[in-house]
Ligand binder design. Structure first.
Ligand code: ADP
Length: 363
């Protein structure tokens, strides 16, 4: 996606409000500065966000029958800034919206030319910066993908040649030299795994295959079967509730479930790890929840863990590369969905995946 830089065209603002009087009021207040699109319901709003990519969305958070969060998520995915309009006494809801990615909020009682102009202009500027940042991240990812790809073959050679040297010299080499060789092989293997994980990260969420029906329950059961050794070694209980079939990319969704269930089993200090995978449908969305009774995550860092290479623990405590959840995040976005965590330190974690019941591939 290209960042939209300032142009001579007035910026385009989508007003999402079921009340026509309110929509007119906003347009009259700031009519010469912006061009407007209007939506009075959730589906039209999401469709206009995807097709017209407005520069800013103004959302009345209380449209009857609409899932404001779904509209907000559509904005977040397209890097479109959103200003939430809320009624009196709804400050908590507004704060929640900001936490979930809205740029700003304005109480409806304080709407004026000055407040609207300021909020919309600030939001648009922030949106431009975020899109530029996103583009830079994309460039960086391309660089990482190329570097990881080029590193893989020589690294594989280092591992195999060291293993060969180990084999050829096992009778003759001093114990210290043997130990040094074994340590070098171990380090080269970890480096190889990291490079492979980096490649997986850059490749994840990029599938161009058309979406197909994917039975999430079958996928989850396959993942659990693959983790059989870890499950029986830790005496874990893994429960899979009935899960839906959705349109999606089977390889990506399998990787996503594998990362979430794998983490739920890994970040544990409980005598008997307990992992549950459940699903509920909320209007046009499926919510898939992967819960554990593990070590939990402090609220302050819950957003960071979806960024690449973020780990909260030393590799000596829990091994890993810090890329698993970043991969999950990309796969959720590929399905026009979102992922977040609900957790408290020492109280287990629930990873919540929201997927549209009728996702379509963009590839
Ligand atoms: P990795 O598992 O390779 O370290 P991830 O990207 O999967 O990387 O996770 C990032 C970090 O988030 C982990 O290092 C861990 O600190 C935290 N984390 C992930 N899943 C859980 C969980 N179920 N319970 C507690 N912490 C978790």
């Amino acid at each position: 996606m290209l960042a939209r830089l300032p142009s001579t065209q007035p910026p385009c603002v989508l007003i999402v409000d079921d009340d026509e009087v309110d929509r007119r009021f906003v347009q009259r207040a700031v009519r010469n500065q912006f061009v407007f699109l209007e939506a009075d319901n959730e589906l039209l709003a999401i469709s206009l966000i995807r097709t017209h990519t407005p520069d800013c969305v103004l959302l009345d958070y209380h449209i009857p029958g609409a899932n404001a969060m779904a509209i907000l998520e559509a904005c977040v995915q397209s890097y479109i800034p959103m200003v939430v309009l809320s009624g009196v006494g709804n400050e908590t809801i507004a704060a929640e919206a900001i936490k979930s990615g809205a740029t700003d909020y304005l109480p409806k009682t304080m709407l004026s030319q000055a407040s609207l102009t300021r909020a919309i202009t600030n939001a648009i500027e922030k949106g431009i910066l975020e899109r530029l940042l996103h583009e830079k991240q994309q460039e960086l990812e391309t660089f990482v993908a190329t570097a990881a790809h080029d590193l893989k073959a020589p690294l594989r050679t280092v591992v195999t040649q060291c293993q060969l040297a180990q084999l050829l010299t096992q009778e003759t080499l001093e114990p210290e030299a043997q130990q040094a060789l074994a340590t070098a092989i171990m380090a080269a293997n970890s480096l190889f795994d990291l490079v492979q994980n980096l490649l997986d990260y850059t490749e994840s969420g990029r599938s161009t295959k058309p979406f197909e029906p994917v039975d999430l329950e079958t996928l989850a059961r396959q993942v659990v079967a693959d983790l059989d050794t870890i499950i029986s070694d830790s005496d874990a209980l893994v429960e899979i509730a009935p899960l839906p079939t959705i349109q999606g990319d089977a390889t990506g969704l399998r990787q996503l479930l594998q990362n979430l269930i794998g983490n739920a089993l890994k970040f544990q200090n409980h005598e008997r790890p307990h992992v549950q995978v459940t699903a509920v449908q909320e209007e046009a969305w499926w919510q898939i929840r992967v819960s554990d009774n593990g070590i939990g995550i402090e609220p302050e860092v819950q957003k960071q863990i979806f960024q690449p290479l973020t780990r909260l623990h030393a590799a000596s405590a829990y091994e890993g590369s810090g890329l698993g959840l970043a991969i999950c995040n990309k796969i959720a976005h590929l399905h026009q969905g979102t992922i977040r965590v609900e957790s408290a330190l020492g109280r287990g974690s629930t990873f919540v995946l929201n997927l549209p019941a009728t996702a379509t591939s963009e590839g």
